[in-house]
Design a protein around this ligand. Sequence first.
Ligand code: ASP
Ligand code: MG
Length: 410
Amino acid sequence: MALIVQKYGGTSVASVERIKQVAERVAKFKMLGHQVVVVLSAMSGETNRLINLAKEIQTEPDPRELDVLVSTGEQVTIALLAMALKDLGLRARSYTGSQVRIITDSAFTKARILDIDNQRLHDNLDAGCVVVVAGFQGVDEEGNITTLGRGGSDTTGVALAAALHADECQIYTDVDGVYTTDPRIVPNARRLDTITFEEMLEMASLGSKVLQIRSVEFAGKYKVKLRVLSSFEEDSGGTLITFEDNRTMEQPIISGIAFNRDEAKITVLGVPDTPGVAYQILGPVADANIDVDMIIQNTGADHTTDFTFTVNRNEYARAMDLLETLKPKLGAREIIGDKTIAKLSIVGVGMRSHVGIASTMFKTLAKENINIRMISTSEIKISVVIDEKYLELAVRVLHDAFELDKQPVI
Ligand code: ASP
Ligand code: MG
């Protein structure tokens, strides 16, 4: 007998029919003798619908009230699933985040989980109940309802699995696992049977939208065994997120290609090459709450240098305006920017022990005449910024060059 946490995303509970299908799957696990905790998202589209209602009243909705509002989406699905389970003859109980006592900080709309009271859950499980918990929400120490950020039900699932010392956390979604890259761009993209936690962390932060990044961080911190599966297909083992030591197979050098079209690039030309310049540029950017991703500074020539960085595309206009106002103080010659870029990254723990990965990547892009505008690397990834119009081509040729469609050799 195992204790399993199953999280179902919005498309898996999008209708009463689908909720009944979820109940059938839960029942199957229950029949096998497992204890099951289910975490649900709201029906797909519901959270957006609620946010849009709020925006009809306030363009920047009050964060506390917004959380009261959007947390209702999950309250609907948990109640319906508990009914469907009871209808199948199972014992079941639904709970909101605050009923469980998923305690968070008070950062409305992006709260962090501080503590989970697992007593009530254990009592219910011991009594043979399926426990159905609303994802994405918690309660702060003053009793205010909070939410965990978009996609936050993944984090609820993993956090509950950690708090309950579950044997496995299964994330059911509309894809059957983590792929080498987006199959809509590369039709022969392959589902990975396993991916290491570190690779998943990179893939999630680089724009692969399968799991909320915070859920992956949580899984890493508490060593939660995490598996991504499809709720629409039976019998695919999905993708297991492993901790490197557990891997028995020879690892592929590159596990996947992630990309992101949400960034824009800004270059400050001809700033004095003196101490403090990076801070003079990025300090005000940070103060304006604009996230910076890649940063590159040239070696100074003639006592000036160029400074390039990327920001989220929807913060580009604000960042450009800010830098224009800073220009005289910085002594910069010119500020230029480009919104039509894309970032592409190859990810793999095998890079640690193999040389020549970067050169293969650059050679492959050069053959297609794709200009690399920025490069950054970490131990297990190489990212390049290129013109957005070449993104799909670049993903395809790199997928071929690294033979990601082929199963790694054992
Ligand atoms: N319903 C929330 C959202 O749409 C949380 C989730 O589905 O994970 O972001
Ligand atoms: Mg999701």
